[in-house]
Design a protein around this ligand. Structure first.
Ligand code: ZN
Length: 140
């Protein structure tokens, strides 16, 4: 259930232009442009709009599907953190992934045999925040 409801004007003020375009207008960032696409640090990935924890680094992986490799890939979300909606835009039937807390668009989920779970959560980096588990840890 979406807990946070804001007007379009409020979202426009709170988000960056690119976040607003992707998260509220279901846009897609340019592949390989996202800061977190190849982030390998341990920690939690949050919703950039509301701060809710959505994914953790344990489920992040590098997809072998070339057309999906340019965005952060996850095998599974934290239980109950995301919602799904059928999306038939652009002549394709895809499953849209939204933040369950604020309803912001995050990306899509696809079947992917290279994923540990068989599901590939292909998210826009701009929709995510990142909280490193331990800022002093040496893993990179
Ligand atoms: Zn959210």
């Amino acid at each position: 259930m979406v807990m946070i409801k804001k007007t379009d004007k409020e979202w426009r003020e709170e988000l960056t232009e690119e976040q607003y375009r992707v998260m509220r207008q279901k846009g897609t960032e340019i592949p390989f442009s996202g800061e977190l696409t190849f982030n390998k640090k341990s920690g939690d990935y949050t919703c950039a709009a509301c701060g809710e924890i959505l994914f953790n680094s344990d489920s992040k992986y590098q997809s072998t599907i070339p057309t999906l490799a340019g965005w952060p890939s996850f095998a599974k979300p934290i239980e109950g953190s995301v919602e799904y909606r059928e999306d038939d835009s652009f002549g394709m039937v895809r499953t849209e992934v939204l933040c369950a807390n604020c309803g912001s668009h995050l990306g899509h989920v696809f079947d992917d045999s290279s994923s540990p779970t068989g599901s590939h959560y292909c998210l826009n980096s701009v929709c995510l925040g990142f909280n490193p588990k331990d800022s002093n840890s040496k893993d990179s």
